[in-house]
Design a protein around this ligand. Structure first.
Ligand code: THG
Length: 279
């Protein structure tokens, strides 16, 4: 299965048989007070710095999340998108709970974006699938619905199937549906990671779709976050994860190593190139 995203001109292909694609997570105000203060001043220099450093570190796509208390995201999300595409030719993943902000951003973005995210709730499917169809965007489908979050991988698979079915009915191509199996803090629930890994395996085997997740979520509240995230990343890639949302400065080495070990990097070209460029 191949999902094609596009910046201004640059195509990025997420291929279930290809190397892992990294969606850079860092344009996100979580613990980044400087991002909030600069955006409040209408200053996009720091956003562009975060874009550049992530691209240098291996990001193929950039997640754009400007959610903070009191923000007018219908205005700010498209402004941020315009700032980024004015300087970089890279596909964007529009990360907002507000469909109006997503639509406003899609209006200015061009290329082919990823909507982050749709979920199995009726309200979400109704509003966002028609927006995705209208702007020819791909979607991330979160495996939760009106009953909330289940800890049963088979039930998460059933929600993924429902999202896929509804998306195809709305005229969205199957390959434009990417599933998020939900990665949650393992400090709060010792089974959180195994549930996610099993969900990834099921979605990969039964639906064959591309799979993403917020890969840094699992380590909240723990020491050794980078090591923990890297181990989980490798196991998730083995099970079928193809496009994690993560910090490229911390995760690219583990991603390149996983691709090499899993036979997706002939002659270790990408692996060697990564370490040469890092020096
Ligand atoms: N699924 C989908 N989208 C998502 C998530 C998901 N978007 C948001 C989030 N989860 C993924 N993005 C982040 C961004 C930052 C952090 C975690 C997830 C993060 N920040 C550091 C911290 O909190 O300590 C600070 C910055 C850093 O060290 O890099 O961890 O699950 N579809």
């Amino acid at each position: 299965m191949k999902t094609i995203l596009r910046g201004k001109t640059n195509d990025v292909i997420i291929d279930t048989n290809g190397p892992v694609i990294i969606i850079g997570e860092c344009i996100n105000p979580t613990r980044r007070k400087k991002l909030i203060s600069t955006l409040q001043e209408g200053n996009f220099d720091y956003v562009l710095e975060l874009a550049e450093s992530q691209i240098k570190a291996g990001a193929d796509v950039l997640d754009v999340n400007i959610g903070f208390p009191g923000v007018d995201d219908v205005k700010l999300l498209p402004e941020t998108v315009l700032a980024i595409i004015g300087s970089f030719d890279i596909p964007l993943c529009l990360d907002s709970p507000n469909p109006k902000a997503i639509e406003a951003a899609l209006k200015v973005a061009g290329g082919k974006c990823l909507i982050n995210s749709v979920n199995g709730e009726e309200k979400s499917l109704k509003v966002l699938l028609s927006i995705a169809k209208e702007y020819e965007a791909a979607i991330i489908g979160l495996t939760m619905d009106d009953d909330g979050i289940t800890h049963d991988p088979e039930k998460r698979l059933a929600i993924a199937e429902k999202i896929l079915e509804r998306a195809v009915k709305a005229g969205i191509k199957e390959e434009d549906v990417i599933i998020d199996p939900l990665a949650m803090a393992v400090s709060a629930d010792s089974k959180a990671c195994v549930v996610t890994l099993e969900t990834i395996r099921l979605i990969h085997q039964k639906l064959g779709l591309n799979i993403t997740m917020g890969a840094s979520n699992i380590s909240f509240g723990l020491p050794g976050r980078d090591d923990l995230n890297s181990v989980f990343m490798s196991l998730a890639i083995l099970n079928g994860l193809t496009c994690p949302i993560a910090n490229p400065e911390k995760i690219t080495a583990a991603v390149r190593a996983s691709d090499l070990v899993l036979g997706k990097d002939d002659f270790a070209v990408r692996f060697v190139e990564y370490f040469q460029n890092r020096k």
